[in-house]
Design a protein around this ligand. Structure first.
Ligand code: RFL
Ligand code: PHB
Length: 395
C-alpha cells in the first residue's frame, strides 16, 4: 500500500448521509474521511428527493446548513391528494401537527454540504475505486481503496457505511448476520425536471391510468412524476407524451394550470421496499440507503438518511469523546424503529395511490373506501399528517 492515513471515522459514500455525518462530526471535534466512488460532478448531477420533514429542516438549521434552504426552499403546510372523480383533499400538516415541511432539493442540500466540507477543509476523496472494508470485528478496522490506480489505506476507529443501496458496506456484513426484508412493486416512476413555474401545491394524484405527482424545486423549476411500466424506456417518453399522460391523470382543473415546457432531466426508477437488520456489524455502522430503501411515495428516503445520521453522529461523538458506548450500542435498534415506521407509511401510500396490474375488483374497492375514509375522517387525516411531517427523533 503506497499511502496510509488515519482518521477516527472512515465514511464510505459521499451522498447526503455520508457528507452530513462528516459535517456534524467535524462540528463536534471528531475527524473523518469520506470516500466517494463517483466524481463530484456526477454526485451533484443527480436529481432525487425534494421534500423535507420538519425534523430534517430543524436539524439542518441546527448544524448551520439552514441559510440557503431558508432563502430558496419553499415551506409548505402539507400536500394535496386528488382522486379521479372525487373531490381532492389536503394532508394539512400545519393544522394537525403545528409543523411545516419544506420543498428543497437533495441536489441543493448536497451542494450545501460539499461547500461546508470545503470551507472546513474536510477530506472528501472522490473517484475512490475498489473500496474494501477490513477487520470490522477487530478493535481497529481499516479501509483500502485505489485512487488513480494507486492503492491506499485508511486506519480508523469506526466505519460508517453511507454508500447507498448498491454500496460495498452492507455487502461486507456476513449473510448469516443480516436479516433482510424486501418487497418490489410492479411499476416504476418516470420523473421529469422542467424549468417551468410549478403547480402551487405538491399534489399526489390517483387515476385509473396510474399515479401522478406534481412537485417543485424553486419558483422556476418543477418536478413531475408518473407511474410507469417496469420495462419503460426513456426513448419511448418524449416530453409531449409525458405531459399528455401527466395531464390525463390529474383533475381537469389542475391539468389546465400545469405549465409545460422542455424537460432538463428525465429518469426512471423502480419502486422497492427493503430493510436490512441490524444496522451494525462490529465497528461498521450503516446509515441511509445502504441499510434501507423505501418507495418514494411518502418522500421518506432522504429524511431517513438524515435521522440515521442524527442517531449515528450522536453515538460516535459520545464514544470518541468519552469512550462511552451507550448510544452506539443502541444505534441499530433506535434507527430501525424510525426506519420501520417510514417503511410502513411509504408502503401504505404506495398501495393507496397506484394502479396495480393484477388487482381484483375487491382490492380496488378497498382502496376507494380507504380514500373516502381518509377524506371524511379528521382522525385519519391527523394520523397521516403526523407521519408525513415526520415522527420525532428519540432522546
Ligand atoms: P445515496 O444518495 O445513494 O449516496 C450514496 C453514495 O455512495 C456512493 N457509493 C460508493 N462510494 C464508495 N465506494 C462504493 N463502493 C460506493 N457505492 C456507492 C454513491 O456514488 C453515492 O454518492 O445514499 P444516501 O446518502 O443514503 O441518501 C439517500 C437518498 O439519496 C435517498 O433516500 C433519496 O433520494 C430517496 N428519495 C426521496 N427521499 C425523500 O426523503 N424525499 C423525496 O422526495 C424523495 N424522492 C427519492 C425521491 C429517490 C428517488 N430515486 C431516484 C431513487 C425520488 C426519486 C425518484
Ligand atoms: C420530489 O419532489 O422529488 C418528491 C416529492 C414527493 C415525493 C417524492 C418525490 O413523495
Amino acid at each position: 500500500v503506497a499511502t496510509a492515513a488515519r482518521t477516527q471515522v472512515a465514511i464510505i459514500g459521499g451522498g447526503p448521509a455520508g457528507l452530513l455525518l462528516s459535517h456534524i462530526l467535524h462540528r463536534n471535534g471528531v475527524d473523518s474521511i469520506v470516500l466517494e466512488r463517483q466524481s463530484r460532478a456526477h454526485v451533484l448531477g443527480r436529481i432525487r428527493a425534494g421534500v423535507l420533514e420538519a425534523g430534517t429542516v430543524a436539524l439542518l438549521r441546527e448544524v448551520g446548513l439552514g441559510a440557503r434552504m431558508d432563502r430558496e426552499g419553499h415551506p409548505h403546510d402539507g400536500s394535496a391528494i386528488a382522486w379521479e372523480g372525487r373531490p381532492r383533499f389536503f394532508i394539512d400538516t400545519q393544522k394537525f401537527t403545528g409543523k411545516r415541511m419544506m420543498a428543497y432539493g437533495q441536489t441543493a442540500i448536497t451542494e450545501d454540504l460539499y461547500a461546508a466540507r470545503d470551507t472546513a477543509g474536510g477530506e472528501v476523496i472522490d473517484e475512490a475505486d475498489k473500496v474494501q472494508l477490513h477487520a470490522l470485528t477487530a478493535r481497529r478496522p481499516h479501509v483500502t481503496y485505489t485512487k488513480q490506480g494507486a492503492s491506499r489505506r485508511i486506519d480508523c476507529d469506526y466505519v460508517a457505511g453511507c454508500d447507498g443501496f448498491h454500496g460495498v458496506s452492507r455487502a461486507s456484513i456476513p449473510a448469516s448476520v443480516l436479516k433482510t426484508y424486501e418487497k418490489s412493486y410492479p411499476f416504476g416512476w418516470l420523473g421529469v425536471l422542467s424549468e417551468t413555474p410549478p403547480y402551487p401545491d405538491l399534489c399526489y394524484c390517483y387515476h385509473s391510468r396510474g399515479f401522478a405527482l406534481a412537485s417543485m424545486r424553486t419558483p422556476l423549476l418543477s418536478r413531475y412524476y408518473i407511474q410507469c411500466e417496469l420495462d419503460a424506456r426513456l426513448e419511448d417518453w418524449p416530453d409531449e407524451r409525458f405531459w399528455q399522460e401527466f395531464k390525463a391523470r390529474c383533475p381537469p382543473e389542475m391539468a389546465e394550470r400545469i405549465v409545460t415546457g422542455p424537460s432538463i432531466e428525465k429518469s426512471i426508477a423502480p419502486l422497492r421496499s427493503f430493510v436490512a437488520e441490524p444496522m451494525q456489524y462490529g465497528t461498521l455502522f450503516l446509515a441511509g440507503d445502504a441499510a434501507h430503501i423505501v418507495p418514494p411515495t411518502g418522500a421518506k428516503g432522504l429524511n431517513l438518511a438524515v435521522s440515521d445520521v442524527f442517531y449515528l453522529s450522536r453515538a460516535l461523538i459520545e464514544s470518541c469523546r468519552s469512550g462511552k458506548t451507550h448510544y452506539l450500542e443502541r444505534y441499530s435498534d433506535m434507527a430501525l424503529r424510525r426506519v420501520w415506521a417510514s417503511a410502513r407509511i411509504s408502503w401504505w401510500l404506495t398501495m393507496l395511490l397506484h394502479r396495480f396490474p393484477d388487482e381484483t375488483p375487491f382490492e380496488e374497492r378497498m382502496r376507494f373506501d380507504q380514500f373516502d375514509y381518509l377524506r371524511a375522517s379528521e382522525h385519519a387525516q391527523a394520523s397521516l399528517a403526523e407521519q408525513y411531517v415526520g415522527l420525532p427523533f428519540e432522546a
